[in-house]
Design a protein around this ligand. Sequence first.
Ligand SMILES: Nc1ncnc2c1ncn2[C@@H]1O[C@H](COP(=O)(O)OP(=O)(O)OP(=O)(O)O)[C@@H](O)[C@H]1O
Ligand SMILES: O=C(O)c1ccc[n+]([C@@H]2O[C@H](COP(=O)([O-])O)[C@@H](O)[C@H]2O)c1
Length: 209
Amino acid sequence: MKGGLSLYRDAARARGRTIGLYGGSFNPAHDGHSHIAKAALTRLGVDEVWLMVSPGNPLKDAASDMAPFPERLKSAGRIARPPRMRATDIEKRLGTRFTADTIEALKARMPLTRFVWLMGADNMASFDRWQRWTEIPHAVTIAIFDRPGYARHRHGGRIARRFGRFLVKPQRLVRARPPAWCFVTLPRHPASASAIRRQSGPKWYAEAL
Ligand SMILES: Nc1ncnc2c1ncn2[C@@H]1O[C@H](COP(=O)(O)OP(=O)(O)OP(=O)(O)O)[C@@H](O)[C@H]1O
Ligand SMILES: O=C(O)c1ccc[n+]([C@@H]2O[C@H](COP(=O)([O-])O)[C@@H](O)[C@H]2O)c1
């Protein structure tokens, strides 16, 4: 089984807890990610946030400016604030790339853990292009965080239309059962990885601390 031993340790650690699963490319990680991870801890009340570095976003071109996985994992590690916020390569160890598969695999291996999927409002806009997207809200609760340029998606997008009746207040999400989702309104953070790459170039990691 892929990543057996470490997964066993992760499962023991997460047992009985609510984990905010914050999937991302982290190419690189930035203050906008910290802002969302902290809000998940304080506004939603999850026990931990896992900055889950994607082996490769299925919607982002593998041949483009995606930095190597170890550099992105290191970058996420630099913004993580343990013990309640940590960077993880668990998706790579599971051998999954599509979120629906990852969540299925995590739930199977960690049946005593609750997972809340965390994402920015930009991903709300493209969520209906994710593989098996309609199954994801039935598998985990979802928190969507406001992001500059995407506030209008609070009331739009296919996820909002299809799952509108399952919208709850952020403070109710961790106790809700799927399907349930919330939109977290918070001061919007302007950081974006593409802006950093535009400034530092695709080899941003060459200058990292
Ligand atoms: N400033 C931000 N405010 C809210 N959500 C954010 C912000 N930055 C990133 N996110 C969210 O964090 C997750 C991971 O994002 P990602 O690592 O792709 O960073 P990004 O800045 O969106 O990257 P890129 O600009 O390359 O698309 C996604 O769900 C994204 O919506
Ligand atoms: O499952 C999919 O089809 C899918 C499509 C696009 C993005 N995702 C996931 O969404 C998360 C955020 O991706 P990104 O690149 O916007 O940081 C990351 O965990 C990706 O694996 C998942």
